[in-house]
Design a binder for this molecule. Structure first.
Ligand SMILES: Cc1ncc(COP(=O)(O)O)c(C=O)c1O
Length: 384
């Protein structure tokens, strides 16, 4: 007699590649279908046949993307939004007048701008701490702190924040910790396991991975009352991702592990190559032992240090020249796609930016790393 098969425990990379072993029950299709319906027929009793009612609360394709993400994050539930900022605004919409929020002084500018808007318009108290000072987060927390929002690694210096330490500090006063892990997705960081209450991603970046969707994700450790409020806000505001974008997101996630691995190993080679170049003053990459956050990054980014690095040149002119002389890199903003991007950051952030005007930001894709190194070499050679 055949023995029953032993249940294999599949690794997250396998579960991602197979979109949770998706096989359609009726057709045998191994690719999920795109369900474009905006409404769902009810049964004879007038009850929903399954859990689907109306597309604003998410149809089957959206729910499938959410199931994949909740699984990879090891969370109780995930929600996918029309953009990263839609997810951010939804989370911050739960704040009440007098609530105190702690966040780093340098992080994705859209989040800071929205926090400052709430400070002016709704009387939310906001403390921005110096993310380069290990003790600053702890000192910024007050008895009325309800939310600690961090990002790691932080654009554009790739400063690292210790997620476990931040969780401990937030929980000491009963605050929730949200971590923007856009640059350290689940293939490298188990954010909820490290103690965060929520993990957030701009899925426009590594999760989508092909520069062809805007999307945002929130995953919760526990689906408590706050989660129910977040679901309600997304449903009422219609911040949900559309079905086709949700499908592209599922497809992107299937290759996340190999894309991130390739981008990380190429970024490391490029960082090491550039570190000794005479026209470069500094290379900022958490994978380099010279980076101040390297030890913590090593601890919490176990699947690679990302494809994101920045370089400082000696003059603004050199930085400007490198960005315009490249032939393989594309001079454009954003990150986490299969194609490598370069940007002279000051041109993107504008004259009020605190980022040095000698900073070049690179998002390494999955091209042949030798082509990328040769491209930077020729641009550096031509640059003043
Ligand atoms: C770290 C980080 N968080 C949030 C966002 C906002 O996401 P989205 O552009 O998808 O709205 C971005 C976008 O660049 C980002 O880089």
């Amino acid at each position: 007699m055949d023995r029953p098969p032993r249940q294999l425990k599949l690794s997250p990379a396998t579960r991602a590649a197979q979109a949770l072993r998706h096989i359609d029950e009726t057709t045998g299709s191994i690719v999920p279908v795109i369900d474009l319906s905006t409404t769902y027929a009810r049964d004879d009793q007038g009850d929903p046949r399954q859990s689907y009612i109306y597309a604003r609360s998410g149809g089957p394709t959206v729910k499938m993307a959410e199931a994949v993400l909740a699984d990879l994050d090891g969370g109780a539930a995930s929600m996918v939004f029309a953009s990263g900022m839609a997810a951010v605004v939804t989370m911050l919409e739960t704040l009440n007048t007098g609530d105190h929020v702690v966040a780093p002084s340098v992080m994705y500018h859209g989040v800071i701008n929205w926090l400052l808007r709430l400070k002016d318009k709704r009387g939310i108290e906001v403390t921005l701490f110096d993310q380069a000072d290990e003790t600053a987060l702890q000192k910024a927390i007050r008895p009325n702190t309800v939310l600690v929002w961090i990002e790691t690694p932080i654009n554009p210096n790739w400063d690292i924040i210790d997620i476990a330490a931040a969780a401990k500090a937030a929980h000491a006063v009963g605050a929730k910790l949200v971590v923007d892990c856009t640059v350290s997705p689940p293939c490298t960081t188990n954010t909820l396991e490290l103690g965060a209450d929520f993990v957030f991603y701009s899925a426009t970046k590594y999760l989508g991975g092909h520069s062809d969707i805007t999307a945002g994700v929130l995953t919760c450790a526990v689906a408590d009352d706050l989660w129910i409020e977040l679901v309600e806000i997304r449903t009422l505001t219609g911040n949900v991702i559309a079905a086709f974008e949700a499908w592209l997101l599922i497809r992107g996630i299937r290759t996340l592990y190999i894309r991130y691995d390739k981008a990380s190993s190429s970024a490391m080679k490029i960082a090491q190559h550039l570190e000794t170049h005479p026209k470069i003053a500094k290379v900022m990459y958490p994978g380099l032992p010279s980076h101040p956050g390297h030890a913590v990054a090593k601890k919490q980014m176990t699947g690679g240090f990302s494809g994101m690095l920045s370089i400082l040149t000696h003059t603004r002119e050199t930085a400007h020249d490198i960005a315009r002389f490249v032939q393989v890199f594309i001079n454009a903003t954003s990150l986490g796609g299969v194609e490598s991007l370069i940007e002279h950051r000051i041109k993107v952030e504008g004259p009020n930016s605190i980022v040095p005007d000698t900073l070049i930001r690179l998002s390494i894709g999955i091209e042949d790393v030798n082509d990328l190194i040769a491209d930077l070499d020729q641009a550096l050679e031509r640059a003043k």
